[in-house]
Structure formats: C-alpha cells, structure tokens
Design a binder for this molecule. Structure first.
Ligand code: NCD
Length: 314
C-alpha cells in the first residue's frame, strides 16, 4: 500500500502542530537520506539553485553546522548570518533583516532566536520557508525529530517505550519538542527534575512528572539528560551544582540500577560531571554521537520537504 500522508507545510515551527503520520513521513524521508553519509561523493542536486540562510541569534555548534552541511549536501547555496557581524547590531529589526535577505532571493530561512515565537512571526512576514532551529523555551523541532529518529533506529519503534527526560525542563525547548514527538509516536514520557526546574505548564503536557530519579530509573528504556541552561536561569533553582549532580546526575552508580540496554541520550553541549559522568557519556549505552550524525539526515529531510511544499503552493 502506498503512503497516503502528503507533506504540505512550507514552514517547520514546532512538532506540537504535526500529526504522527507527518512526523513519520519526516523520519522515513530522513532514512532515505541517511545512506548519503556513506557515499564517497556526498552531494545530491535536490536543492540546486536554492538559497538557505542560517540566521542564528544564539550560539550553536551542532545545530548550525548540521543545517549548513545538510543544505550543502543537497547542493543549496548557504548564507551564514550572525547577530554580531550583521546590521542587527545597528538596530535593524528581525523582520527587516529577513526581508532584505529575501530580496536577495533566499528560499529558506533557518532561524535560532532567544525569543519564543520569533520563527512563527517571521513565517507570517516573509514568503520564504521558515525552519525553527530553536526558539527560546518553546520548541527545537529538528532536535525532537533527531531524538525520535535515533530511538527508532535503535529500537525499531517508540510504541510502549518508557522515556525519562531529566533536568532543566523549565528552560528547555528540547524537552518540549521531545515530548510532542515521543508521545505522538506512542512512548510514555516522564519528566524528571527538581520542582524548581519544572515548568508551571507541565500539567498541560501528556506526561508523568517525577522529582526523584532514583525512584524511576529502573523502569526506563531511554534516558535523555538535559543541560542546565545556566544562561537562562534567573535566580538559584537549586542550592549547589554538587547537590544537583548528586540527585539528578547520570552516574555509573545509577547506571548499575538501570536496564542493561537503556539508551543514554543528550542533546549537547554536555557539561561533563554535572548532568552526566564522562564514563556514562562515552560508555556503551550512549547514543549521543549517533544523535549528532542522525541530525544531518533529519535536517536534509526537513529542508527537502519544506521546499517541496513551497513549490506545490507556488
Ligand atoms: C540545545 C539547544 O540549543 O536548545 N542544544 C542543541 O541544539 N543541540 C540544548 C542546549 O543548549 O542545552
């Protein structure tokens, strides 16, 4: 039987709006791009003649480079935009900057911004496709997609899996996108962390909440350790970093109590010794570098699908 789902979105703002079928379509498209990385010539002409701009208003290593590489593997031209070396530092607004880039023929704007809602605003103001590379505490859809892609690759399916997301949930856009993607694909998600790092909106999410990692670690099939977003913390959410590590860090000792085949994930950047011990991050259960590798295939799929939807629309 042929696939019925059609991709119709010219923007990717978040995963909360997508159906299970649409998420699966992205994952299946990414699968077909995965073999690219094994070829000696890692290029396809899919986006030849298209222009992608990477507008990053926040620091990034993985996500920015992954989008750049994904676009260039599809033969698009890529413009790298940074806040400090652009006219934004002279007071130009986000929309004006984007409109000017659009006047140069940009087809896809990949945007990371500290303000939740910035990609949505942009999508209403310009004709180009907009892809959210992380906005404030809101969503980080390609991270959510690469996380579920990695779990599906390792386990075949997410149906019935018990997944723990640990740490600074309140300031994490990754946690939100993960929850939407994982639960839509059939997993049961528990958010784990100190009460001070749980968002007030947690009761609106289809998840369980635990304030005690030791009480739940034994039942988890997958554990995703988040970074403490120190740059976003206002006050002191916990007495000390050592205390946080003691209660919520993924240590070798805790790993002894986890399932033998538990998948250990982290979106990066890792704070070794804080949320995760080096031995665990580099150990046999860790799929952290696999997540990074899969990010490329997922972003190629997203760039391809939004371009296709915009062509159909136009
Ligand atoms: C995340 C981000 O920027 O939201 N990192 C990433 O994209 N790989 C998480 C983080 O910064 O901790």
């Amino acid at each position: 039987m042929g696939r019925k789902t059609q991709w119709t979105h010219k923007h990717l703002i978040g995963l909360s709006d997508l159906t299970r079928e649409e998420i699966e379509l992205i994952l299946d498209t990414a699968k077909s791009f995965e073999e690219f990385s094994t070829r000696s010539i890692k290029k396809a002409p899919t986006l030849r003649g298209k222009v992608v701009v990477n507008m990053f208003f926040e620091d990034s290593t993985r996500t920015r480079n992954s989008f750049t590489l994904a676009a260039s593997r599809l033969s698009a031209d890529v413009i790298e935009f940074t806040k400090t070396s652009s006219s934004v530092s002279k007071g130009e607004t986000l929309i004006d900057t984007a409109r000017n880039l659009e006047a140069m023929g940009v087809d896809i704007v990949v945007i990371r911004h500290s303000a939740g809602g910035a990609p949505k605003l942009l999508s209403r103001s310009i004709n180009a496709c907009v892809v959210n590379a992380g906005d404030g505490y809101h969503e980080h859809p390609t991270q959510g997609l690469l996380d579920v892609y990695t779990i599906r690759q390792m386990r075949g399916s997410l149906e019935g899996l018990k997944i723990g997301i640990v740490g600074d949930i309140a300031h994490s856009r990754v946690a939100r996108s993960d929850v939407y993607a994982m639960t839509k694909l059939g997993a049961q998600v528990t958010l784990i962390g100190p009460p001070t790092l749980m968002p007030a909106s947690v009761c609106d999410l289809p998840v369980k909440v635990s304030y005690n990692l030791d009480a739940v670690i034994e039942e988890l099939d997958v554990i995703n350790m988040l970074r403490i977003q120190f740059e976003r913390l206002g006050g002191n959410p916990f007495p000390s970093v050592r205390e946080y590590s003691h209660f919520f860090g993924l240590t070798m000792d805790r790993m002894q109590r986890a399932k033998k085949d538990i998948l250990v994930m982290h979106p990066g950047p890792i704070n070794r010794g804080l949320e995760i011990e080096s031995e665990v991050a580099d150990g046999p259960n860790s799929v952290i570098l696999r997540q990074v590798a899969n990010g490329l295939a997922v972003r190629m799929a997203v760039l391809f699908l939004v371009t296709q939807a915009s062509t159909l629309e136009g």
